[in-house]
Design a binder for this molecule. Structure first.
Ligand code: KIV
Length: 305
């Protein structure tokens, strides 16, 4: 499976579309072979995402939770697939993301990894598997990497989980941060409304983003915060910022797949754009099937042995 083979990206770019550029982050400066478009990468890596930010190429990220969908997304050219703990909502029907377990995340992540050849697969560490102490956090991240074959993990929070992030990074596991509306803290917030509208919370968020960059995270998801603040964070830190409900002036966007496909009628936040009405399409298909089965129109002569 290709997740063992993530180092060929740059040489491929050189052979087919190469030109040189210099990537500068706060920590390192390195010469890399650049690609004109992420489509030219055989594998998207954390390094690819840094190059895309440096090039001003936007990063497209979606969630997926199973093999079939992950394969479709991957072949359609998505850059990053997030195995989100939103699986707790859209797959398992829970009201929040809190109940999903590490075993369940490993199952979803392994299914997604089997369907993917090109995209970077990032997996959420579920609630309760990284907050108590950094050793537990590392054990959880190792399970995701080893048992699912994921490429990176994502954790919600800033300074309060700094130690956990550092320990995971020290083990060589790429970490993506997640700030703003962090759904695992929904009971603390008490509401799903926009975060960091007040100056103190906005300042804290900016500090947390800088902390995540300095710790060595390869990217940050910013969820449901004012677009102006997201733009400021994107300009301040050198790692890619992926927004969801954070405006257009970030380095990329992420949406929950089931929401953008229109599978869920009830969830309609302002930031959501529906690219399909799958709820309607599936209902029509199922109604037609049911009618044809009952009328014995299915199967017909050509559909039997
Ligand atoms: O779990 C998830 O799907 C997420 C996205 C909303 C970013 O964290």
């Amino acid at each position: 499976m290709c997740h063992n083979d993530i180092s060929d990206t740059l040489s491929y770019s050189f052979t087919h579309h190469g030109f040189f550029n210099v990537i500068k982050t706060k920590k390192t400066t390195f010469m890399v072979v650049m690609s004109k478009s992420s489509e030219n990468y055989t594998r998207v890596t954390t390094r690819t995402l840094a190059e895309m930010k440096a090039n001003g190429e936007k990063i497209a990220m979606l969630t997926a939770y199973d093999y079939t969908m992950a394969g479709i997304l991957d072949r359609a050219g998505i850059d990053v697939i997030l195995v989100g703990d939103s699986a707790s909502n859209v797959m398992a029907g829970h009201e929040t993301t809190l109940p999903i377990t590490l075993d369940q995340m490993v199952y979803h992540a392994a299914s997604v990894v089997r369907g993917v050849e090109r995209a970077l697969v990032v997996v959420d560490l579920p609630f309760g598997t990284y907050q108590a102490d950094s050793k537990e956090a590392l054990r959880s991240a190792i399970r995701i990497m080893k048992e699912a074959g994921a490429h990176a993990v994502k954790l919600e929070g800033g300074s309060q989980i700094k130690e956990s992030i550092q320990r995971i990074l020290q083990a060589g596991i790429p970490v993506m941060g997640h700030l703003g509306l962090t759904p695992q803290s929904i009971y603390k917030f008490g509401t799903y409304t926009v975060r960091a509208k007040e100056e103190t919370e906005a300042e804290q968020l900016l500090n947390d983003a800088q902390m995540l960059e300095n710790a060595g995270c390869f990217g940050i998801v910013l969820e449901k915060i004012p677009a102006k603040l997201a733009e400021k964070v994107t300009k301040t830190v050198n790692i890619p910022i992926i927004g969801i409900g954070a405006g257009v002036r970030v380095d990329g966007q992420v949406l929950v797949l089931n929401d953008m496909l229109g599978m869920n009628k009830e969830f309609s936040p302002r930031f959501l754009r529906r690219y399909l009405d799958l709820n309607k399409e599936i209902s029509i298909a199922v109604k037609n099937y049911t009618t044809e089965v009952k009328n014995q129109d299915f199967p017909n002569n050509k559909e039997q042995y």
